[in-house]
Design a protein around this ligand. Structure first.
Ligand SMILES: Nc1ncnc2c1ncn2[C@@H]1O[C@H](COP(=O)(O)OP(=O)(O)OP(=O)(O)O)[C@@H](O)[C@H]1O
Length: 251
């Protein structure tokens, strides 16, 4: 059985079905991307997977256990996952441990070593508004990781960044994930980002939203800034673009 699964998830709001019969899986240590246009139901699906919203039907499992409707099991970095402005970065990052009942001093001692690993050394005592957008996202990501390192749901983690910062944070993310290997499902609108960062891609299409295509991302060399220049990358991108074109024409 796969590490994380969603089986036949259907969810409606006010009598309108937003997503229907969604089946997906994430293997241990795998990074999987959910790609889809705005409004298709990606965040709705994440709200169900994280237990924040009840589904009409369907089941979610983690490591063989049914976690349908349970919050606090998988980590969820929401689109507007802002750091608390009145707390320092160190205090923000301690929040998951403090919520688990760990004392202040012990929480600080436990999180400090991660600052170097996550490229945040020197930011400990700064407030979020003193950080660049990229550094804020790193801190929010570290906080999500400390919430649960087993399975992470990331809703457009790099969406709001400019192109150069985004490219820097992609390199950072690949490096961090090589070290921590958290199983991850992340949402993006950005086809290049999906191919660069993930092992497998699901494309959500239609209304209600359904999984229209699942495809693996092959990367036989190093997954780094040169990957987009390879034939493997271009072929994957072409498949995605053809699929999107066909689904728009088939409307
Ligand atoms: N709480 C709610 N009540 C009613 N309708 C909702 C609610 N949440 C979302 N919707 C509707 O569900 C649809 C899907 O929204 P959702 O935010 O899941 O899309 P999305 O693919 O994540 O979009 P984006 O990429 O822009 O974030 C939209 O039409 C939205 O208006």
């Amino acid at each position: 059985m796969s590490f994380f699964t969603a089986e036949k998830i259907t969810k409606s709001y006010d009598g309108r079905t937003i997503i229907r019969d969604i089946d997906l899986r994430v293997e241990e240590g795998e990074i999987v991307c959910l790609l889809g246009v705005s409004g298709i139901g990606k965040t709705t699906l994440f709200n169900v997977l994280s237990g924040l919203e009840p589904a009409d039907s369907g089941r979610v499992t983690l490591d063989g256990t049914d976690i349908t409707g349970r919050t606090g099991v998988v980590s969820y970095m929401q689109q507007k996952d802002l750091l608390l402005p009145f707390k320092t970065v160190l205090q923000n990052v301690c929040v998951p441990l403090r919520l688990q009942g760990v004392g202040r001093k012990e929480a600080r001692e436990r999180v400090r070593p991660y600052f170097a690993q996550f490229g945040l050394t020197g930011c400990e005592n700064q407030y979020p508004n003193q950080l660049s957008g990229g550094m804020r996202q790193r801190a929010a990501f570290l906080r999500a990781y400390l919430f649960s390192s087993k399975m992470m749901l990331l809703d457009e983690p790099f969406g709001a960044l400019d192109a150069i910062t985004k490219s820097q944070i992609h390199s950072w993310y690949l490096q961090v994930m090589e070290a921590v290997r958290s199983s991850t499902l992340f949402i993006t609108h950005d086809i290049d980002e999906a191919i660069l960062l993930s092992n497998r891609i699901y494309i959500l299409t239609g209304a209600p939203g359904e999984i229209g295509l699942e495809l693996p991302v092959h990367c036989s060399g190093r997954r780094d800034a040169d990957f987009p220049l390879t034939d493997e990358f271009r072929e994957t991108k072409l498949r995605i673009l053809h699929f999107i074109r066909r689904s728009v024409e088939g409307k």
